[in-house]
Design a protein around this ligand. Sequence first.
Ligand code: PEP
Length: 250
Amino acid sequence: MRQTLVAGNWKMNSSRESIKILLDGIKASISDVNNAEMALCCPAVYISDVSNQLEDTPIAFGGQDISVQESGAYTGEISGGMWNDFGCKYVIIGHSERRTYHNESDELVAEKFETARKAGLIPLFCIGETLEERESGVMEEVVSRQVNAVIDRLGVDVLGEGVIAYEPVWAIGTGVTASPEQAQDAHAFIRKMVSEKSQVVADKIQILYGGSMNAGNANELLACADIDGGLIGGASLKADDFLAIGKAAN
Ligand code: PEP
């Protein structure tokens, strides 16, 4: 039985003040979430606030990106050791916004997967196709290429130490959600392609859905056999919505 994981991605949103209000709201009713692990990935500059405010709660937290370097002259970069220093459990890697705006290649994302594991962090490994790719019928090819980049570099067992987030790019931040059928089909395909390398890893790996998941559609999406949780952007910035998604897994 795979544990449901609902992870928030605040992206480059929030402030010290809004974080305090948001986390107070989430903490006040987190006991109503009884079947999902909840996690929040915040901007690096707020990690100390988040770590302090989530102390003694069941809510995990993490970063949104990681440098492939351990330390040194890499201005602006954040290392795995730095995330670790603040008690992070997770780090997002390969988010489509980083693949697009920072030209992150499949190979670089695979390297980041490795760096995260070396630092003891669990990578939330994002994959997904653009609208153009879906419409031209190459969704399976695209996600296979993205997943195989990690398997080729590190082997399938290491892939199993992370979490996959299937995020169709056309659904991220657009308010357009993949239908439960579209999402389930993609998740089942991903699990099947992993099973061709290792049935054990395919059975255990959590595959989250991301792309405009919200309080209104979480029930249907989380009811799908191969959807093991969600990576949540916009709705993770509202305590009631984020909690409602967590409760949808109850
Ligand atoms: C995301 O960016 O990971 C995401 C899923 O965003 P949203 O929920 O806002 O579509």
